[in-house]
Write a new protein. Structure first.
Length: 114
């Protein structure tokens, strides 16, 4: 299976860990906590980022997290950004696009706070 077809879970853990967050959770749904902030982190495979499932656009479960971060492969950040900006979301969001080449490079896109 190609690396891009799997969600970048380890990359998400690594990025938030380097930023000083404590990361918990298994699989593609993580919580990153630092001081007063709790960020719900969702790692998305290429297919999930391209399709932007309704679960993501309706806020998912009612956990009440006001900060969300979607982590996906860098070639999908533009499509995901357009789709998320086209929906009125009840949380502040960001997208982290990670390199599929095994480097530590990543790009951050911040969304509008609604």
């Amino acid at each position: 299976m190609a690396q891009a077809s799997m969600p970048p879970v380890q990359e998400a853990r690594s990025i938030f860990g380097r930023l000083g967050y404590t990361v918990s959770g298994d699989g593609p749904q993580l919580l990153a906590e630092h001081k007063w902030r709790t960020v719900q982190v969702t790692a998305l495979s290429s297919r999930e980022a391209s399709e932007c499932r309704p679960l993501l656009t309706d806020g998912g479960d009612d956990a009440g997290y006001r900060l969300r971060c979607f982590v996906t492969w860098d070639e999908h950040i533009e499509t995901l950004t357009e789709r998320l900006r086209g929906v009125d979301l009840p949380y502040e969001w960001a997208i982290i696009g990670v390199s599929n080449g095994g480097t530590d490079d990543y790009e951050v896109i911040r969304g509008a706070n609604t």
